[in-house]
Design a binder for this molecule. Sequence first.
Ligand code: FES
Length: 136
Amino acid sequence: MEEQPLYDVRIFCCVNSRDADHPRGSCSRQGAIDLHGYLAARLQHWPELVGRVRVNASGCLNRCEWGPVLVIHPPGVWYRYRTQADLDEIIQSHLAGGAVVQRLLLSAATAASGDKGRRSGSRTGAMSQRGRSRQR
Ligand code: FES
């Protein structure tokens, strides 16, 4: 007999923190800790999702330049988000409605497009030796 999973969906929100001068930045520096708390609280307002969706704070997901980022399993859809409104849209469209939010999608194509996220300049460029040695 196949066991039922504890949750239908698990969301991993990166809340990793790094020093302000780290070349890759970090999701926590982009507001991820507060936004993670907002997402967890907002899900309680969706009775059909309570008990089915688990939100976890995670360490670095290695997409720092596009942060804050989260990944929804299954099926493994990645999003970059910035605001509470972005998270509301992910809840309403993706979690409740089953439709991917295209405008927030972080795909391999996005990563390869040269769009280095919302940060500017050198933080997303080649890392210095100092940056590499300090990277977590
Ligand atoms: S710090 Fe969030 S993905 Fe790396």
